[in-house]
Write a protein that binds this ligand. Structure first.
Ligand code: BES
Ligand code: ZN
Length: 624
């Protein structure tokens, strides 16, 4: 990979010089077919030959826990080369043919645990497509195969994929870097008792033959390839939106997500037309390792947002916002990840403000700043200062390492700082144009800053912003905003009194507290002891809350204070919920003492087989 990377760098540079030398160059236009930046996380030779379309024909085998069939890749042989390099990991390749039906020679390169291997396929300059016949491994990292017991209905098995960041290669041989965009279609065969859904045009009911066909006509990056198969029903939530969930969850989910259609409408008012036709959400079983995943046309979501009070729907605003920031204008490499997530958190914030009002949005933003401050402190204390820059250097590392609040929250506050400097009106005009001009293209950090300086900010404003400090510097620059929330100020006053023992849990006035008040409350508690834990639990029933966000924050204190009455509930939580954001802090705290570590290991024995690879790979590291 190293050699290749260097080679690509040289090539990319040559092409850039070439491009600059011979075109007048509209600075508005992002790159399309021209050279992409080298991608340290992909073996693919996408600057020589580029995949334009993928046609999947796969059968779902729940007994063997494999997908088997073929992927046909249509290619644009930009430099008439004789080699197509794809990314694969743990795939068994049965054979490859080209568009003439001739066998294509292939060889797998050396395997890396994180990146997999290059699949080197011999092609001719005139080759238009190759078809790869393959079977996935039962432990393909993208795929989680659930036994019926892990579903709500307990009757049918379930399958879902999670391709971001570099796991698509474990179920589809492809050029697995975010820079490469292609259209796709698919035929998926499964048991007729189940429905298959993809990040594409979907049906709403089961077929009698179990054969489902899909079409994604807009170009997407490989990390947005997605598949789920299970006992799922559909209900509409508006003009172009709806929800898929297990039958027993559907009604609750529809109630919880009733704001979906207005979120879409608000988002369109802000930054231009929704480019993907429908926007649906599938509520997955609780082992889904993330809160949400912005698979185009079909967001994958954790059931932990179905809290019964609509308090966690910002997550849907977030995944929806990715339909612009990320899915339309995509980070060119994982080092530019903040372009996906920072923009999305900013956009999410704007949608939430529009629908739920400024006081609600202020709470979310202040909580976000708290998260960021804790993350920055942690990264700094671990000596990972470079990971607090917006522009990351993840070369040679798992791009998963870049998945911290820095990309999300520092990214958001950077954009909020731009907004403050130029004013909301100008910023909105700029953003709308940015999404329109760059749709279906990729963007990297440097080009974005150029774009910002050319199209939005005066020299004076650029000075005031000091983008370099944000992008290439550590922590939070001096001009970072200080979020304010009168709602949370009220909580702050109460916690201060409770922390100083000037008030009993019982006497705290929590009237009107919502999930976000409670989260702020829990995060602000200090100098706890067992008696205070008991009082808090007796007054507010934290151990028994059905809200996973609250559970997670409460359980952190339970571990720190050794509050044993909560441990059975915590065990049930750890075994049932596979969302990594909750698991990581709990297991990390548990691993701090021998006694708790022993307990955690015993729980993990039961829990690990129920987690997705994304979760168990992280927890393996914590408990090892
Ligand atoms: N795209 C991310 C999830 C992701 C990022 C998966 C990188 C793998 C690698 C998704 O949009 C996301 O950010 N999800 C968050 C929720 C959001 C409200 C912050 C999550 O899962 O917690
Ligand atoms: Zn996101």
């Amino acid at each position: 990979m190293w050699n290749q990377t260097i080679q690509f760098r040289t090539l990319a540079l040559t092409l850039v010089i070439f491009a600059v030398g011979c075109t007048s160059g509209d600075p508005d236009e992002a790159k399309d077919a021209s050279a992409l930046r080298a991608d340290a996380h992909s073996y693919a030779n996408f600057n020589d030959v580029r995949v334009k379309h993928i046609s999947l024909d796969l059968e779902v085998d729940f007994d063997k826990k494999v997908l088997t069939g073929s992927a046909t890749l249509d290619i644009d042989n930009i430099h008439n080369v004789n080699l197509l390099v794809l990314d694969v990991r743990k795939l068994s390749i049965h054979g490859i043919i080209d568009d003439d039906g001739d066998t294509a020679a292939f060889a797998l390169g050396e395997e890396s645990a994180v990146f997999g291997s290059p699949l080197n396929i011999t092609i001719q300059p005139e080759t238009k497509s190759v078809t790869v016949y393959y079977t996935t491994s039962p432990d393909a990292d993208a795929l989680q195969w659930l036994d019926p017991i892990q579903t709500l209905g307990k009757e049918y098995p379930f399958l879902f994929s999670q391709s971001q960041a570099i796991l698509a290669r474990t179920w589809v041989p492809c050029q697995d870097g975010p820079g490469v965009k292609f259209t796709y279609n698919a035929t998926i065969k499964t048991d007729p008792s189940l429905i298959a859904l993809m990040s594409a045009e979907n049906g709403t009911t089961k077929n009698t033959d179990g054969v489902y066909t899909f079409k994604m006509e807009q170009p997407i990056s490989s990390y947005l390839l997605a598949l789920t198969v299970g006992d799922l029903s559909f209900a509409s939530t508006g003009r172009n939106s709806g929800v898929y969930a297990e039958p027993a969850m559907l009604e609750k989910a529809v109630w919880e997500l009733n704001a979906m259609q207005s979120m879409i409408d608000s988002a369109e008012t802000l930054y231009g037309p929704y480019a993907w036709g429908r926007y649906d959400v599938v509520v997955l079983p609780p082992s889904f390792p993330f809160g949400g995943m912005e698979n185009p046309r079909l967001t994958f979501a954790t059931p932990t947002i179905i809290a019964g009070d609509r308090s966690l729907v910002a997550l849907i605003a977030h995944e929806l916002a990715h339909s612009w920031s990320g899915n339309l204008v995509t980070n060119e490499t994982w080092n530019d990840f903040w372009l996906n997530e920072g923009f999305t958190v900013y956009f999410e914030q704007r949608i939430m403000e529009k629908i739920f009002g400024k006081p609600y949005e202020n709470m979310l933003t202040k909580l976000g700043m708290g998260d960021l401050e804790r993350t920055l402190e942690e990264l700094e204390s671990e000596g990972k200062e470079a990971d607090t820059h917006l522009y990351l250097n993840l070369d040679g590392r798992d791009p998963d390492d870049g998945l911290t609040d820095v990309a999300y929250e520092k990214g958001r506050f950077f954009l909020q700082t731009v907004e403050t400097i130029v004013g909301r009106e100008r910023f909105d005009v700029f953003l709308k144009k940015y999404f329109t001009k760059n749709k279906f293209k990729t963007m990297d950090t440097e080009r974005f800053i150029d774009y910002l300086n050319t199209h939005l900010m005066s020299t004076e404003e650029q000075k005031q912003l000091n983008a370099n400090a944000w992008i290439y510097g550590p922590g939070l620059p001096d001009n970072a905003p200080t979020p304010n929330s009168t709602e949370l100020d009220r909580v702050e006053t109460a916690i201060a009194k409770f922390n100083n023992n000037r008030i009993q849990a019982d006497d705290i006035n929590t009237e009107g507290y919502t999930t976000h008040h409670w989260l702020y409350f829990l995060r602000g508690l200090k100098d706890l002891n067992l008696q205070k834990m008991k009082d808090l639990d007796a007054s507010f029933q934290f151990t028994e809350t059905g809200n996973c966000e609250i559970s997670c924050d409460w359980f952190k204190h339970c571990i720190d204070q050794d509050y044993i009455p909560a441990f059975p509930a915590m065990k049930a939580f750890l075994v049932n919920v596979g969302r990594r954001k909750f698991l990581t802090p709990l297991y990390t705290r548990l691993a701090e003492t021998d006694k708790n570590k022993k307990w955690a290991n015993a729980v993990y024995q039961d829990a690990r087989p129920r987690y997705h690879s994304v979760a168990y790979n992280t927890i393996d590291n914590i408990l090892k």
